[in-house]
Design a protein around this ligand. Sequence first.
Ligand code: ATP
Length: 236
Amino acid sequence: MRLQVDGLNAGYGRVQVLHDISIVVDGQRVGLFGPNGHGKTTLLRTLSGLIRPKLGRVRFGETDITGLSPQAVVAEGLIHVPQGSTLLPRMSVIEALTLGAYATRAWPQRRRTLDEVFALFPRLAERRHQRCNTLSGGERQMAAIGAGLMGCPKLLMLDEPTLGLAPKLRSELARAIHAIAETGVGLLVVDQDIDMLLGLCDRLYLIEQGRVAMDIADRSQLQHQDVLKRYFGSAA
Ligand SMILES: Nc1ncnc2c1ncn2[C@@H]1O[C@H](COP(=O)(O)OP(=O)(O)OP(=O)(O)O)[C@@H](O)[C@H]1O
């Protein structure tokens, strides 16, 4: 499903964080990267309806979703898994996952989707009756992604899915994210792990100071010295 963002301006109160952002996700896996605090999370929050844009348009498929509520955006099939998602701590894994299917279009299919989530993350199947607050960081991240999948996304937005995870868990999650993409779900992924993004994405946007500083549609462009310098600083 095509997501088209045109000239988006948004922020918090009077503080403008996003300036004239235009991006397209068209049946692909798209990555957002860039320095901390430059607006990637704010962009995902605006797309998912948590922040109302001051200016600009967001189209998802044929629908104009600009300024819709988070519930309405989820109902369209655009689902956001926030950074460090905490889920509901006292709920069991299975309860938290089931809650992810609350949208009308996802609810009737919840049993089948749950089987798919457990096939993707066998650790969650083993821990289905465990309370969410007793999961490890990696398991919690899997549960958060699983809850997102329970909503039957047409496009899934993941905010730093591998943040703070040990290398082995990172690759386990990266494999699962690949498998999700293989099922035809579109992906918009924010991550600091540039190697993970390179392995996954067809297109990358560098976000700097709330603007699209670079649109990298061809992965060979990424080896370009200019990109390395801008992202990693002079150490590159
Ligand atoms: N709730 C908020 N209220 C006010 N300002 C905020 C809020 N959340 C974020 N900001 C500010 O908005 C700017 C962009 O933050 P954002 O979290 O979008 O960046 P980011 O690129 O996702 O960084 P990170 O990778 O560290 O999450 C920062 O200056 C941040 O301090």
